[in-house]
Design a protein around this ligand. Structure first.
Ligand code: GLV
Ligand code: MN
Ligand code: MN
Ligand code: MN
Length: 394
């Protein structure tokens, strides 16, 4: 399997390289469209029928499209800017390899297997993560999704070339199980000495857009006492988020920021920053975000600035199907079961269909970075495991 993995992985290795390192594969951008063509070619090579759901999600079917009782696998092609190559594509490549392995094993599945390539999983382009699976399950309306804008003012509807179709009726009847394979975004499997694990849960998490407003003015001539500088309120809020998250055993990150007018010698009039907050349970997440926003507002009062906060997306706590996770761990010879604080389409689907995830060992635990990596042998073990699981579920 390792040689087969290397061959297939090489086919996509150069698509969407970010000149700064790693990959830039925004949803429905040129490199992602090339990957979608690659997906169609892979499906054709294997005689798998390809369907699209009108939301930007692609599916390759071994058996009748959309069931009944299909088993869905796959993942996503899109990346964060300057991201790794594994987060997403590993699940799709592994799914094609798993189909090959099942055919080599002489298996004829008793129910359809669908390989999904979900659109805009990272929310890197249009701001809402898992946009494709949210649309498919009805967790976001087509109207709201269509209007989401990228940094150049292009809407999701425009990029898609149509109004999204929205929820697929009868999803729970058409699909009996979902299994997404993903690189682990942490080091639990390294510590446990296991190449493959099974997911138990996803931390609840969300994104909040924070607009700090002040008075734009001359950096040289405005007395320090006369300033209403939103950058200071913003900086205070970043530190507050860090403190509050550490105290709560949670995670808070501010990693995207826009400044107006963004000039060295002008006090800003606007600082827009995005808070990414995650916690092990919903009450802790709610308390964390509330505390950060309270401190931001108090600081704005002291600085004579303003702050307005807009929630952009919320991904509720996910507890994957416990029986399914235990069953898959057993099938895989006692694979460890572990939680994660990263979001996935599988998490969105889990509200509708029994869902599981397989994680592949990541030696450094690094993800959303060019340094993200999994050894070929572990990727091969992951694809073998996925084949074994699909055989058992179909
Ligand atoms: C997506 O990968 C996320 O968890 O942010
Ligand atoms: Mn991912
Ligand atoms: Mn990701
Ligand atoms: Mn993700």
């Amino acid at each position: 399997m390792t040689a087969a993995f290397q061959r297939l992985w090489q086919e996509i290795a150069t698509i969407g390289r970010d000149p700064r390192g790693g990959y830039l594969r925004y949803a429905l951008s040129e490199p992602e469209l090339v990957l979608r063509d690659w997906f169609r070619n892979q499906a054709a090579r294997r005689d798998l029928a390809v369907t699209e759901d009108g939301n930007g999600n692609l599916f390759a079917w071994w058996g009748r499209p959309w069931g009944p009782d299909a088993v869905l696998t796959g993942s996503h092609f899109d990346s964060v800017p300057h991201g790794g190559g594994y987060d997403g594509p590993l699940g799709i490549v592994s799914a094609f390899l798993a189909v090959d392995a099942l055919r080599e094993r002489g298996v004829t599945p008793g129910r359809p297997i669908g390989i999904a390539a979900f659109v805009e999983e990272e929310g890197g382009r249009f701001g809402v993560p898992c946009l494709g699976s949210r649309l498919l399950t009805g967790a976001i309306t087509p109207e709201k999704a269509a209007g989401l804008c990228d940094r150049d003012g292009v809407t999701f509807g425009e990029a898609l070339g149509a109004r999204p179709a929205g929820a697929l009726p009868g999803l729970a009847r058409r699909v009996s199980a979902v299994v997404e394979l993903h690189i682990e975004q942490g080091k639990a499997l390294v510590d446990l000495g296991a190449p493959v694990g099974v997911a138990s849960a996803i931390w609840p998490h969300g994104r909040w857009r924070m607009d700090f407003t002040g008075t734009g003015d001359h950096a040289g001539t405005t007395r320090m006492a006369d300033r209403h500088d939103p950058m200071l309120t913003f900086a205070h809020t970043v530190l507050a988020a860090n403190e509050e998250a550490r105290a709560a055993g949670a995670h808070a990150t501010v990693a995207r920021v826009e400044v107006e007018p963004n000039a060295t010698n002008a006090i800003p009039s606007l600082v827009r920053g995005w808070l990414d907050a995650r916690a092990a349970d919903t009450p802790t997440l709610d308390r964390l975000v509330e505390a950060v926003l309270k401190r931001a507002t108090e600081q704005a009062g002291r600085d004579g600035t303003g702050v307005v906060v807009e929630p952009e997306s919320l991904s509720p706590e996910v507890a994957f199907d416990t029986a399914l996770a235990a069953r898959l761990a057993g099938i895989l010879g006692g694979a460890p079961i572990l939680p994660t604080s990263a979001g996935h389409d599988a998490g969105v689907l889990s509200a509708h269909v029994p869902t599981a995830m397989l994680f592949v060992r990541n030696p450094t635990g690094v993800s959303h970075s060019p340094a993200e990596h999994a050894p070929d042998e572990d990727c091969a073990a992951g694809a073998e495991s996925l084949a074994t699981v699909l055989e058992a579920l179909t």
